[in-house]
Design a protein around this ligand. Structure first.
Ligand SMILES: Nc1ncnc2c1ncn2[C@@H]1O[C@H](COP(=O)(O)OP(=O)(O)OP(=O)(O)O)[C@@H](O)[C@H]1O
Ligand code: SF4
Ligand SMILES: [Mg+2]
Length: 333
């Protein structure tokens, strides 16, 4: 059984159109899945849906199986238990997510106490351990958020996410506001924690290069759908879907001066969920669109070993469900 198995997930905000449309993804413990795509393609909506954190009135259909249990049909009491202890989220911009008037140690201890995981003294001890685990002295528990640097605050956020020993961590743009040196430190820290604690990680970023470097698998979203998914380096270096190709080409490659001087962009903007073009949603921007693309929608299909892409130019059989990549990996000699 997968740690996380998302099936045909559709999210529609109240009074709006679907921001996530039929997404299927799978993640095993100890593995890292990256989710990339332009602004507005539904990445954060997907992340929030995983923990039932969407605003009231949002319609969510499909299945989100966390260790086989559907998050969408859980009673609220169970959802509260699963948050933090089953799965937790690290948001972008730690300054806004931390409470400015409380010491960071108290904020880390809060979920531990709330979930009855320890006595107040035990929670204080655990808070110190967590801070040290993320590379901060335990004494920093007494600091207020404004007394810490951006990188230190993001470390506190990660310590909070780890507080109740979750099985899954969802990190939504965890390093976007940080300079490159601190970003690299935070990424290595997340990688180390995932490996040591056998966690599952979903990491969301605009930065395909960072995801390719950090994650095992990579899903590229466009207009609320996954349009390509596969082993991270392969998707980054040899994308099959024209949108994933364009996204990948927008990042200069280290050691490739040609790409540095001629980074390619993509004209136009991703569509608003209320005005998704008919046929393949990408067709108005696609440099290799066929006439039929304006009317014929495309489903994900096999695009090589353990890869899927939703494009008429990919010749494989329809493959709406992610394949059992982990099974195959384990079975491989
Ligand atoms: N609370 C909300 N109510 C209505 N629509 C929303 C709400 N939150 C997001 N949306 C819409 O849903 C779509 C997807 O937004 P989402 O925040 O998931 O995108 P994203 O991929 O995370 O973008 P970014 O990279 O900018 O963070 C957007 O069109 C956005 O305007
Ligand atoms: S289906 Fe057509 S428009 Fe869509 S990505 Fe493929 S070639 Fe481009
Ligand atoms: Mg977002």
């Amino acid at each position: 059984m997968s740690l996380l198995d998302v099936r045909d997930l559709t999210v529609t905000y109240a009074g709006g159109a679907a921001a996530v449309r039929g997404v299927g993804l799978r993640l095993e413990a100890g593995r890292k899945l990256g989710i990339a795509g332009e602004s507005g393609c539904g990445k954060s909506t997907l992340a929030l849906a995983l923990l039932r954190l969407l605003p009231p009135g949002t319609r969510v259909t499909g299945e989100i199986l966390l260790d086989g249990e559907d998050v969408l049909t859980m009673k609220w009491g169970r959802v509260r238990a699963v948050r933090w202890a089953g799965a937790s989220i690290v948001f972008q911009g730690a300054m806004h997510s931390l409470n400015a008037v409380h010491r960071v140690g108290d904020q880390i201890a809060e979920p531990i106490l709330l979930h009855g995981k320890a006595t107040p003294a035990g929670a204080r001890r655990k808070t110190g351990e967590l801070l040290e685990q993320v590379g901060l002295p335990a004494a920093r528990a007494g600091a207020y958020p404004h007394e810490l640097s951006g990188g230190q605050r993001q470390r506190v956020m990660i310590a909070m996410a780890l507080a109740c020993d979750p099985r899954l961590i969802v990190a939504d743009e965890p390093t976007t506001a940080l300079d490159v040196m601190v970003q690299a430190q935070i990424l290595r820290l997340i990688e180390q924690l995932v490996a040591e604690q056998d966690l599952g990680l979903i990491m969301i970023s605009h930065d395909l290069a960072v995801l390719a470097d950090t994650c095992d698998r990579l899903a590229v979203m466009y207009a609320g759908r996954v349009v390509e998914e596969g082993p991270a380096r392969q998707v980054y270096e040899d994308a099959r879907h024209p949108y994933a190709q364009a996204l990948s080409a927008a990042f200069p490659r280290i050691g490739d001066p040609a790409s540095r001087f001629a980074p390619r962009g993509l004209a136009g903007d991703p569509p608003d969920p209320a005005a998704v073009p008919p046929g393949c949603a990408f067709h108005p921007r696609c440099p290799v669109a066929l006439e039929s693309c304006a009317t014929q929608d495309q489903v994900l299909r096999d695009a090589g070993a353990h890869r899927r892409a939703a494009c008429v130019r990919v010749a494989g059989e329809p493959a709406p469900e992610p394949d059992d990549f982990e099974e195959a990996r384990r079975a491989a000699p």
